[in-house]
Design a protein around this ligand. Structure first.
Ligand code: ADP
Ligand code: MG
Length: 245
């Protein structure tokens, strides 16, 4: 099957530091691919390149088999970009809009939907993440876990074919991570193609079809969770697991 996203020889340089140093990664469709790695290893940069929020210096990205050449990246940005949903560590909700307003706004601006239609769809998405009853509350009236679920609903309302998650539970109190991981687990079961950066190793081990360990801009270990976490481990992966988990 065509991978949901495939990255080949990706290089990203900030100043004169190669933050991504020839990354190859193939994320199978309808599966969860998890990216793990120490702080500063390039995980967010890789996700941002995938989402076209950042432009690579070399290498290529294919989305569902369609090449995204550096030259063509700009012209086709609108089209391909809207097929990728992204959820960040900080939820990035509009503080002056309700949960419903936040989700509907995406549909109104990106999809040009009329208010009524956008709000109907927004409510359906909030129901799916268990927040129908809180649809009319503002972000400050919601817990961090609820805010992150609104952010997920907002991304899903745009019918993405690929969802990228960058440490979606890292900003949350430990007791609130479960509700967000459960929403993600359900999304995975529904067959969504997902690339997830997470330090929640229990979640990674149970949900990922594929795990890649990124260290200093390179994928050092990759495979099924069983393969990646099996002993003997790569020494840098052992060091990472001892430090972070
Ligand atoms: P991770 O998400 O794994 O913690 P990042 O992708 O955020 O890593 O960052 C990788 C490296 O790139 C870090 O050294 C970071 O300081 C650097 N970096 C990230 N974004 C920028 C930027 N916009 N300008 C300069 N350096 C950056
Ligand atoms: Mg990061």
């Amino acid at each position: 099957m065509t991978p949901a996203i495939e990255v080949s020889g990706l290089v990203k340089i900030f100043g004169d530091v190669p933050v991504l140093d020839g990354v190859n990664l193939s994320a199978p469709a309808h599966q969860v691919t998890c990216l793990i790695g120490p702080s500063g290893s390039g995980k967010s940069t890789l996700l941002r390149c995938m989402a076209m929020l950042e432009r690579q210096d070399a290498g290529s990205i294919q989305i569902d088999g369609q090449p995204l050449s550096i030259a063509g990246q700009h012209a086709r940005k609108g089209d391909l970009r809207s097929r990728i949903g992204m959820v960040f560590q900080q939820f990035n909700l509009w503080p002056h809009m309700t949960a419903l307003g936040n989700v509907a706004e995406a549909l109104r601006t990106v999809r040009r939907q009329p208010r009524r239609k956008a709000e109907d769809r927004a409510m359906a998405e909030l129901e799916k993440v268990g927040l129908a009853e809180r649809a009319h509350l503002y972000p400050r009236q919601l817990s961090g876990g609820q805010q992150q679920r609104v952010a997920i609903a907002r991304a899903l309302a745009l019918d993405p074919q690929l969802m990228l998650f960058d440490e979606p539970t890292s900003a949350l109190d430990p007791e609130l991570t479960g509700e967000v991981l459960n929403v993600m687990r359900r999304l995975a079961t529904s067959g969504m193609s997902m690339v997830v950066v997470s330090h929640e190793i229990g979640f990674v081990a149970s949900v990922a079809g594929h795990v890649a360990f990124l260290d200093r801009g390179k994928i050092v270990v990759s495979g099924s969770p069983e393969e990646v976490f099996a002993k003997p481990r790569h020494p840098r992966l052992t060091q990472f697991l001892e430090t972070y988990i």
